[in-house]
Design a protein around this ligand. Structure first.
Ligand SMILES: [Zn+2]
Length: 104
């Protein structure tokens, strides 16, 4: 399913999370925005779906159509959003990005 792409208003623009200046400071017409979500698998739902698949002879598509269409995973936590300018992305500052997201 496609998600609706949304525009970003001037008041919503944020500086680069790494160099702290405008994401367009180097003259590049693009920038990157990313967020990290921590997700947990719904083991009970996965087992139920796997059982249904077995009952239907291993036909995954049929089981998907016949099943309750449960969530197989849920977002547990949404980490902070990061904005990255092209120069910072090109420098490959992955460790800095992970520190901003609280994963170091
Ligand atoms: Zn930057």
């Amino acid at each position: 399913m496609d998600k609706v792409l949304t525009g970003i208003k001037q008041t919503e623009l944020r500086p680069c999370s790494l160099c702290r200046v405008a994401v367009s400071h180097a003259g590049h017409p693009i920038f990157y925005r990313a967020s990290l979500e921590v997700c947990g698998l719904n083991i009970a739902a996965i087992r139920r779906q796997a059982g249904l698949e077995l009952m239907l002879g291993g036909n995954v598509r049929l089981a998907n159509a016949m099943g309750p269409d449960e969530d197989m995973a849920k977002v547990i936590e949404r980490k902070s959003e990061i904005w990255i300018c092209v120069p910072c992305l090109m420098e490959g500052r992955l460790a800095d990005l992970l520190a901003i997201l609280g994963h170091t």
